[in-house]
Design a protein around this ligand. Sequence first.
Ligand SMILES: [Zn+2]
Length: 235
Amino acid sequence: MPPRNFTQANSTNKIQLQIDRSPDICPVCHSSVVPIETNTDYCTNGNAEITYRCPRTSCSRFFIARYTVSSGVAHLQLCLPATHFVTTQPKLVAEISPSFANIYGQAEAAEAQPLSEIAGVGYRRALEFLVKDYLISQYEDEKAKADIRGLFLGRCIEKYVKNENVKLVAKRAAWLGNDETHYVRLWEGKDIKDLKNLIALTVSWIEMELRTLELKKDMPDNVPLAAGTVDKDGK
Ligand SMILES: [Zn+2]
């Protein structure tokens, strides 16, 4: 790569530096790219920065490549802003629990920082919203809804979740989730990945149930009669 003249602090003179490499992944959309260089750069106290723009039309965001400088060479360290992948939750699940989708996304952001201790607590909180919002959507009775809101998560699952598959996975997710918040870890050898897997399974079973309920509503058990026909009772 040709050397680049960087703007300097406290000097009108530019400083020429060799750049070891340009970024090849956009930190915003995470795509492999040849980024568009801008004229904005800066060098001070052994650090150099260049502003780039993502060439993908769907992204087109600016980002900053940060370099450390030694012996006239700028070495690429990282690109900012460091964004993370957000899991897209199934539509039906996100509809009954927008808070779950939101908190889960925040936990993923924490995990990407990496703030894994905080992320675990976030995933546990997301699970509680998922299970409780799902249950509240399933019960008509206001007393039951109030009970669901107030109960500890484990007790809530035990008492109110009727679907055996949801119960099986949600219960285990809650066990691992509690390990993320409590002082003593009961499930040695299990970590945040196992918790995320169990939450994903819980989401899948809840989605299957919601989709099945939708189908039942759309196509009830009674087969409609073709126009102009009568059944054997003459109806
Ligand atoms: Zn991009």
